[in-house]
Design a binder for this molecule. Structure first.
Ligand code: ZN
Length: 134
């Protein structure tokens, strides 16, 4: 999986996408293009194309960000404790390229895992062909 340099990413991404992925930004809730996407397919990292989340794990959490109760595979993402902004959260990053994706919370008891991966839409790309090489 190709890893782009910061300069290459700046050309590929919009300033907002770059800020979220590379500077741990957060998009405003209810603004993401993929928030209400209900199509069948694969969600991949906007920066490197690694497969991250499957459409069947996406659910409507009401939070304003795309939410998933599981990851594509346990080695697709990296979880790190994040104490920024006076909160204790678990940050979710792309295991392949280290880009910031969002946070994971254990507050979704109605979901099979009880977990809510709260992911910036700007950090993701959607591929409707699950078997495609991305
Ligand atoms: Zn990535």
């Amino acid at each position: 999986m190709a890893k782009l340099t910061d300069d290459e990413l700046k050309k590929k991404l919009t300033p907002e996408q770059y800020h979220i992925l590379r500077e741990k930004g957060t998009e405003a809730p209810f603004t993401g293009q993929l928030l209400n996407n209900k199509k069948d397919g694969m969600y991949v990292c906007k920066a490197c194309g690694a497969k991250l989340f499957k459409s069947e794990h996406k659910f409507d959490s009401g939070s304003g960000w795309p939410s998933f109760y599981d990851v594509f595979s346990s080695d697709a993402v990296k979880l790190t404790e994040d104490r920024a902004h006076g909160m204790q959260r678990i940050e979710v990053t792309c295991a392949n390229c280290g880009s910031h994706l969002g946070h994971v919370f254990h507050d979704a008891p109605a979901q099979p895992t009880g977990m809510r991966f709260c992911i910036n839409s700007a950090s993701l790309d959607f591929n409707s062909d699950k078997n495609a090489k991305v």
